[in-house]
Design a binder for this molecule. Structure first.
Ligand code: AP5
Length: 218
């Protein structure tokens, strides 16, 4: 099964993708995570992407479609994939069609997380992750059980993303409205779009997504 999780910054795409990885053994392909890894490793892609990401703008279509194609080549044909943060433009949506077709894959679901943008600023500016294992936390919604210690790996170092400040978040949201929302009709005409209330409790969001993925599986 191949699915796209779509939604503005902070909608919960990464959170729900991680849960699907754990519950269903799917693989999460997050272009944001892959680009951040490239920035950290100072690869040619990372050097090009760094300033664009810090400004909250979109990295070029060719770069992101290239890394998605490469990532898929490393996976077995039967492995289910969650596209998290890709595609984000019409050009990327068309590239994804070709990338999937070339590899004998089809797109089964596009799940749009519907959210209130004002609440997202609080979600994003409050989030942080474990520097060791990447487990996600939030100042208000999900603090470590023991203060200053990661629940998952017991690490003591945490980090925040450089693009998680309010000004950049607003730019990222504007990019989403201008370039990403308009791709939904491409999938609507195929009848594969489902919408989930992304403002609901995280567990309820997971249940709603599971119900969509299980449709027609009996
Ligand atoms: P990317 O990393 O994809 O960031 P994003 O789309 O802005 O999304 P986020 O990761 O910020 O949010 P999310 O929806 O995953 O929310 P999360 O689960 O963390 O992209 C970053 C940059 O990379 C882009 O700006 C661009 O420059 C570049 N880029 C990436 N892909 C690209 C592409 N395809 N083309 C071009 N450029 C690209 O949740 C947020 C917080 O809320 C967390 O703290 C979480 O705990 C909390 N939370 C989640 N769900 C709930 C809930 N239901 N209730 C309460 N809290 C919740």
């Amino acid at each position: 099964m191949n699915i796209i999780l779509l939604g503005p910054p902070g909608a919960g795409k990464g959170t729900q993708a991680s849960r699907l990885v754990e519950s269903r053994g799917m693989v999460q392909l997050s272009t944001g995570d892959m680009l951040r890894a490239a920035v950290k490793a100072q690869t040619p892609v990372g050097l090009k992407a760094k300033a664009v990401m810090e400004a909250g703008q979109l990295v070029s279509d060719d770069i992101v479609s290239g890394i998605i194609g490469e990532a898929l080549d490393g996976l077995g044909a039967e492995t289910g994939v969650i596209f998290d943060g890709y595609p984000r433009t019409e050009a990327q949506a068309h590239s994804l069609d070709s990338i999937l077709a070339d590899r004998g894959r089809t797109l089964d679901h596009v799940v749009e997380l519907e959210v209130d943008e004002d609440a997202l600023v609080e979600r994003i500016t409050g989030r942080f992750t474990c520097a060791t294992c990447g487990e996600g936390y939030h100042d208000v919604f999900k603090q470590p059980k023991v203060e200053g210690q990661c629940d998952k790996c017991q690490g003591h170092e945490f980090k925040r993303r450089p693009d998680d400040n309010e000004e950049t978040v607003r730019t990222r949201m504007a990019e989403y409205r201008a370039k990403t929302s308009p791709i939904l009709p491409i999938y609507e005409v195929r009848g594969i779009v489902s919408r989930v209330d992304g403002m609901a409790d995280m567990d309820d969001v997971s249940v709603a997504i599971a119900a969509i993925l299980d449709q027609g599986q009996d």
